[in-house]
Design a protein around this ligand. Structure first.
Ligand code: NAP
Length: 303
């Protein structure tokens, strides 16, 4: 039995990232540069509004620039592309983030591709995802990058282990797969990727030493689907309706309670991966400001 399952909380890891960034922010300030982020929010998606507020608060706390551009849900794709073009040219803003999901009439791929690859701090542009795959990353997508920070902080090994990733989205699953499989100190794992085309999910998750679940399905993975001593990262944030005043509570993609005493370690939901996504967004925005200022980067890695 893994009697004491370790809770991999994100907050101390995020604070360690901010502490690491402070001298870099100060050095930029010495050159009269304040890292700046533009956040574009289209429509009224409540979860997106919460994420954007949390990003804004963190940027304010670190005395960085964060400007939110709130557009109505009726905004056309052409109007949104025009705003992105304008932000690409704005020298005060080093990062441009278009909050997903976008309303159905807007093709998100077209919009994400319009963001300048040098300002694409989300790391979703094909240029940046391609760089990740070829081992010369510029901006690593925030959520998988944050997961690697958690694993490193809590000394959870990746090398020589079997990592199973559930989910293949371009935001989480695919970059996670590349990062874990790459030959570097935070990867070197043998990686299996599962999705809705996987006939028997448990057949794979049962063989995981390290399990990353990003499916968007509440409690998809239970304790019968994993071996004892597994390390689990639960990426899911699912709003499950209930009779509480808020009308919902948050659940991960993993049945966490069942994992206590069974898994070696697990990220809680909320409070696990969530804080890391914002921390890595700050990291990528600082990196973007350094790149635009021609400062040699402290942060770029080669696989
Ligand atoms: P997504 O784009 O909906 O992708 C979900 C992936 O999971 C897809 O690849 C899908 O397979 C797969 N999947 C769905 N049901 C499955 C099942 N029953 N068995 C196996 N695979 C299944 O979602 P996402 O953007 O990657 O996000 C995933 C979750 O993470 C969501 O809950 C989201 O809210 C959360 N999230 C959290 C953070 C954070 O900061 N903590 C950041 C990003 C996302 P197919 O490809 O076959 O459809």
């Amino acid at each position: 039995m893994s009697a004491n399952t370790i809770l991999l909380r994100g907050k101390p890891v995020a604070e360690a990232v901010y502490d690491r960034l402070k001298p870099r922010i100060a050095a930029l300030r010495g050159q009269n540069i304040i890292p700046g982020l533009a956040v574009v929010l289209v429509g009224e998606d409540p979860a997106s509004a919460v994420y954007v507020q949390s990003k804004t608060r963190t940027f304010q706390r670190l005395e960085l620039v964060s400007e939110t551009f709130q557009l109505p849900a009726s905004t056309s794709e052409t109007e949104l592309l025009q705003l992105v073009d304008r932000l690409n040219e704005d020298e005060r803003l080093h990062g441009v983030l278009v909050q997903l999901p976008l309303p159905g009439h807007i093709h998100s791929g077209t919009v994400l591709e319009r963001v300048s690859p040098l300002k694409d701090v989300d790391g979703f542009h094909p240029d940046n995802l391609g760089r990740l795959l070829t081992g010369q990353p510029r901006y690593i997508p925030c959520t998988p990058q944050g997961i690697l920070e958690i694993l490193s902080y809590y000394n959870i090994a990746t090398a020589q282990r079997h990592a199973v990733v559930v989910g293949r989205s371009p935001i989480v699953g695919k970059p996670m797969m590349a990062l874990l499989a790459n030959k570097w100190d935070r990867g070197n794992a043998t990686v299996t990727v599962c999705h809705t085309g996987t006939p028997d999910l448990a057949e794979h998750t049962l063989h995981a030493d390290l399990l990353i679940v990003a499916s968007g399905q509440p409690h998809l993975v239970n304790s019968r689907m994993v071996k004892e001593g597994v390390d689990i990262v639960d990426v899911g944030i699912n709003r499950v309706p209930d009779s509480s005043p808020k009308g919902y509570h948050l659940e991960g993609d993993v049945a966490t309670n069942e994992m206590m005493g069974h898994a070696h370690a697990i990220t809680p939901v909320p409070g696990g991966v969530g804080p890391m996504t914002v921390a890595m967004l700050v990291n990528n925005t600082v990196l973007a400001a350094e790149i635009s200022a021609g400062v040699p980067s402290h942060d770029q890695v080669i696989f």
